[in-house]
Design a protein around this ligand. Sequence first.
Ligand code: E4P
Length: 215
Amino acid sequence: MKFFIDSADIKEIKEAAKLGILDGVTTNPSLVSKTGRKYLDVVKEICEICPGPISAEVLSVDYDGIMKEARVWAKVANNVVVKIPLIEEGLKAVVTCSKEGIKTNVTLCFSSVQALLVAKAGGTFVSPFVGRLDDIGHEGMDGIREIKQIYSNYDYKTEILVASTRSPIHIRDAALAGADIATIPFKIFQQLVKHPLTDRGLAQFLEDAKKIPAP
Ligand code: E4P
């Protein structure tokens, strides 16, 4: 399973990269707006930190505008993946991007039939948002299991990128469902490694080690 960080904060991305298990980065306009910087500058800097796929989102909602932005993003760096919203105009653009060899991450996916369309359009990644579905009383992870089954039925190559993750439980369930990737906020990255019994056990071992006679 691959781990992406869902962030536009350079400090966070550098910290996560230091762990040595970071496979990519996802950004969105909301995350970039918090930095106060230009989207292009942020993405260029992230591309230098992480060699894996870096998702950069288009802001247009019409086919021509999306394609114009996609072609610009694709030229920024080899590892840039163009994030396109799951709307009709977006799907048309995904088909064209696929033909042109531009990698895509189709975002704002909230159902398995939407994900089926992404696979048919040739999307590189699909981003189903589990947390936002949970927020409105749905079981976001059910959708991941459905997408996994549908993609496996037809051997679609689109990778399932579980997005809008809010807790280590989401990461566990995404892994159990066989998702290809989870994109994880920095805070959750930090929580993943932590367990109170690990800390308590280590403290005890270190204490007991003091009683061992020196060699
Ligand atoms: C995914 O690519 C999105 O950037 C992100 O996961 C959305 O998460 P949120 O629902 O917590 O905003």
